[in-house]
Design a protein around this ligand. Structure first.
Ligand SMILES: [Zn+2]
Length: 84
């Protein structure tokens, strides 16, 4: 038997709470992305980022790829996926 709706409960209330939770999650995600951005090396151009990636591969054997950052509009280096 399905649980009965709470007497006198406002039907829009749970929906509103869901939106608040969703909003908080989105903000948290943005914050984590911004943190990751600040911690990373920043490059103004793709060429610069790629040159640095190449240098790291030559020096440390680390596979990196340059990607455009949606947060700061610059370029960062990401670790290549292990399975890539
Ligand atoms: Zn960034």
């Amino acid at each position: 038997m399905p649980p009965a709706a709470p007497a006198g409960g406002l039907p829009w209330r749970p929906v509103s709470r869901d939106i608040e939770q969703w909003f908080a999650e989105q903000q948290g995600r943005e914050q984590r992305r911004a943190d990751a951005c600040r911690l990373k090396q920043w490059f103004a151009t793709e060429a610069e980022a790629r040159a640095h990636a190449l240098m790291q591969r030559t020096q440390y054997g680390e596979q990196r790829h340059a990607y455009r950052c949606p947060v700061c509009d610059g370029w960062h280096l990401a670790r290549a996926r292990p399975d890539a």
